[in-house]
Design a protein around this ligand. Structure first.
Ligand SMILES: [Zn+2]
Length: 57
């Protein structure tokens, strides 16, 4: 089974329960960036998302 890349928005925001999960890291990062911008009004760098927020599950 392939690893999945998961971002739990709870690690960024105490109030948001949004979870992104994808087997494709690029896609997970893109979705996370979009969510951060649209919902939280934050521009988050790809590297920051990968290093600090994405988990391998
Ligand atoms: Zn969120």
């Amino acid at each position: 089974m392939a690893d999945a890349h998961k971002l739990d928005c709870e690690s960024v925001s105490d109030t948001c329960r949004f979870i992104i999960q994808s087997e494709n890291e690029e896609e997970a990062v893109e979705l996370a960036k979009k969510h951060m911008k649209e919902v939280h009004g934050q521009e988050v760098a790809d590297d920051e998302l990968r290093e600090e927020h994405l988990q391998i599950v």
